[in-house]
Design a protein around this ligand. Structure first.
Ligand code: PRP
Ligand code: URA
Length: 209
């Protein structure tokens, strides 16, 4: 699967195991999600374009690389994707942040959009869409459809846990999008929850039920 990268780093795997534990409380859960986003972001951003600029060191003037152009936009899918934003901003503090509000209908599992605000000029930015959970893939596909309709071109998708069903759907719908996954789980259950998963990511991040 050439547009999919599974982040097999032991630090990421260890932290995902801690997330799965139902005894992990809201505070620790939030911290872990952020830390995982930073570790995954380091890998996902390794192809950010660079340009040479002139810098004067204490010794001499040299040409040296910095991140080029209009740089980065992080676009969390609300709510749970918000939990990953600060983890990426820790790496690129100047990144702009857009928001896409989607919720999944409990019965039909179809995504419904309720909010969208993207930073300009979106077409010139590398866009990292974040959501901890890729389950049926409906939310991720809808969010990326939407970003493309608004002109977004260079899109990456980052999730902590994916189900095979959702990963396949996203790959087929958006073969140009590079997908970064912390762990590929076994399957979805009859309520379209990921097994073994970690439960409802939004509820665990925000302490709701
Ligand atoms: C969860 C999760 C994803 C979506 C994944 O959000 O954060 O956005 O479900 O499911 P899918 O791949 O089947 O679309 P939810 O709709 O529960 O909203 P929330 O983040 O506000 O809790
Ligand atoms: N959304 C979640 O938060 N968890 C799942 O397992 C599936 C969708």
């Amino acid at each position: 699967m050439e547009n999919v990268t599974i982040i097999e780093h032991p630090l990421v795997q260890h932290k995902i195991s801690m997330l799965r534990d139902k005894r992990t409380g809201t505070n620790e859960f939030r911290t872990l999600i952020e830390e995982i986003a930073t570790l995954m972001g380091y890998e996902a951003l390794r192809d950010l374009p660079l340009e040479e600029v002139e810098v004067e060191t204490p010794i001499e003037t040299c040409m040296t690389p910095v991140i080029a152009g209009k740089k980065l936009a992080v676009v969390p899918i609300l709510r749970a994707g918000l939990g990953m934003v600060n983890g990426i901003l820790a790496l690129v503090p100047t990144a702009k942040v857009g928001h896409i509000g989607l919720y999944r209908d409990e019965k039909t599992h179809q995504p419904h959009e309720y909010f969208c605000k993207l930073p300009d000029p979106i077409e010139q930015r590398t866009i990292v869409v974040t959501d901890p959970m890729l389950a049926t893939g409906g939310s991720a596909v809808a969010a990326i459809d939407f970003i493309k309709q608004h002109g977004g071109k260079h899109i990456k998708f980052m999730c902590v846990i994916a189900a095979p069903e959702g990963l396949e759907r996203l790959r087929k719908a958006h073969p140009d999008v590079q997908i970064y996954v912390g762990h590929l789980d076994r399957q979805l259950n009859e309520k379209a929850y990921i097994c073994p998963g970690l439960g409802d990511a939004g509820d665990r991040i925000f302490g709701t039920k």
